[in-house]
Design a protein around this ligand. Structure first.
Ligand code: FSO
Ligand code: SF4
Length: 498
């Protein structure tokens, strides 16, 4: 008898499932409460129970990988939903194709909520998105549904995720301005400081307001790096730069640092005792023993940063460049189209997605290094940290590496691809564009479904394929969309060139 069953992320045990404890640090008790919370949301959706969109979104968000490990917080959410739980083992015991499609649907909507959440807190209407989430959750509990009923819903999930990404793009740019190319310092200056991780720009903005004039500098971490490109955030002089790299390095990078940390969303790893006193959480994030800030009054976090005092001398680092959102790239559209027509730019590579712990992820660094000098590399998500300290030079007057933002900004990459296809009067699949995607958690699942919904073919996916995709469903994806696992950078580049 398994103590738990979770196979929702790329690092799942043995490439099959975490059944004793999670590789991410989630224990079987926490996994059980997350299942009950999910089951309660499924039951509520099926019944049409009176459940607010906020609770639906927050409840699902708390079950994403590396978000909430706090049993008390998860139980409170479960009890707030207040429904007898649908038993997820019904899905796990179904035939493998039904299980695969129902899992794709569940993980797809888990990804969608992460995007919808940020729009919702900025005051945007997510009711249409929430209605689909309820429909999808209901479908998971349909006892007799198989391929015929579930496959269209899985594809619809990709469409609704595109809506969620478009809404978030609108919400972020209307609230914080259009991102612009920005050089981001990696030097940590002397004095008290706070490092903000996760994806929520509103939390960063609130913290910048509350720290203004207090002698506390603010640095981004991980997926918060692209925040520096937004006029409404970069205007704060005490938003100084970026600390560290991608999420999986946090236990090493946070140790012994005299600053305080705020996690606004994933990816939180179990904090080491050497620094757990200075890690704070907010919104859907939680971990037992850490201080959770519910009401967005960051006074305890600011007090901690002041108490720790920061470094006495600057800790020098280099710089990153970020802020190449779709507007910045498309403002150069004419020059880009001309460069493609003249042969100065021969190919675009989108190399991005999530980062993670596996050594095989060096594939993405090696692949980027091997791309020809007459190509442009678009990147986004925390996977960018595999490439963004490399000088790729320029092509046709543009930097060869363009950081388009968070994984949440995948919409921008889609917009650029559609605009180029229009400029060349062709389909996206006819463009000299190759997608080399790294996945880790459920947001990447929903983005993959969006790419499939758009009919985008020949995606290279790695570092390994999802454990929840059955051989038949994989065959379907290979036959209809040409999805392929990454192999070696040399072989994959040869295949693309051919
Ligand atoms: Fe990364 Fe984590 Fe942004 Fe994910 S920080 S892995 S797909 O949560 O959300 O890219
Ligand atoms: Fe395992 Fe990933 Fe689930 Fe954590 S989230 S328990 S690592 S499959």
């Amino acid at each position: 008898m398994n103590e738990m069953f979770c196979f929702q992320c790329e690092q799942t045990a043995g490439g099959i499932a975490c059944t004793k404890s999670g590789v991410c640090g989630k224990n079987s008790g926490t996994a059980a409460i997350q299942d009950e919370l999910t089951g309660a949301l499924i039951a509520a959706s099926r019944k049409g129970a009176d459940l607010s969109d906020e609770l639906l979104i927050e409840g699902l968000f708390a079950t994403l990988t590396n978000v909430n490990f706090d049993d008390a917080a998860l139980k409170a959410l479960r009890d707030k939903v207040g429904q007898p739980y649908y038993n997820l083992y019904n899905v796990r015991d179904a035939d493998e194709d039904t299980r695969s499609l129902k899992t794709l649907l569940l993980l797809g909507v888990r990804g969608i909520v992460a995007y919808a959440y940020h729009s919702q807190v900025l005051g945007y209407d997510i009711s249409g998105i929430a209605a689909f989430i309820r429909k999808a959750l209901s479908a998971i509990a349909e006892p007799d549904w198989g391929l015929t009923e579930l496959l269209p819903l899985v594809m619809e999930c990709g469409k609704v995720n595109l809506d969620a990404l478009a809404l978030l793009d609108k919400a972020n740019t209307e609230t914080f301005g259009t991102p612009e190319p920005t050089t981001v310092a990696r030097t940590i200056e002397p004095g008290p400081f706070i490092v903000v991780s996760g994806h929520d720009l509103r939390d960063l903005k609130l913290l910048l307001e509350q720290t203004e004039g207090k002698g506390v500098n603010v640095y981004t971490h991980g997926e918060m790096l692209p925040a520096h490109g937004y006029p409404g955030l970069k205007k704060y002089a005490h938003l100084k730069g970026n600390f560290g790299t991608a999420w999986q390095n946090q236990q090493k990078e946070f140790a012994g640092v005299p600053g305080a940390f705020l996690f606004t969303t994933n990816c939180l790893m179990p904090p080491k005792p050497s620094y757990s006193d200075r890690v704070f959480t907010t919104s859907a994030v939680g971990y037992p023993g850490l201080t959770h800030i519910e009401d967005k009054n960051f006074a305890p976090l600011i007090a901690k940063a002041l108490e720790l005092g920061g470094y006495t001398e600057a800790q020098s680092g280099g710089t990153f460049t970020s802020g190449f959102g779709h507007s910045a790239i498309l403002s150069n559209a004419e020059a880009i189209v001309a460069a493609v027509k003249s042969g100065a730019i021969k190919r675009f590579f989108l190399i991005g997605g999530c980062d993670g712990t596996k050594s095989e992820r060096s594939y993405y660094t090696d692949f980027a290094k091997l791309t020809p000098a007459d190509s442009v590399i678009l990147t986004l998500g925390c996977g960018k940290y595999r490439l963004n300290d490399i000088d790729f030079g320029t092509v046709a007057g543009l930097p060869r590496l363009l950081d388009m933002g968070q994984c949440n900004d995948a919409y921008g990459a889609i917009k650029v691809a559609l605009a180029l296809a229009e400029a060349f009067s062709c389909g996206v699949n006819d463009l000299p564009l190759s997608l080399v995607i790294s996945w880790y958690e459920q947001k990447a699942v929903s983005i993959l479904l969006t790419l499939l919904h758009l009919g985008i073919k020949n995606i290279l996916l790695g570092p390994t394929l999802p454990a929840f995709v059955s051989p038949n469903i994989l065959n379907y994806l290979v036959e209809n969309f040409g999805i392929a696992p990454v192999t070696t950078p040399e072989a994959d580049l040869r295949k693309i060139a051919a």
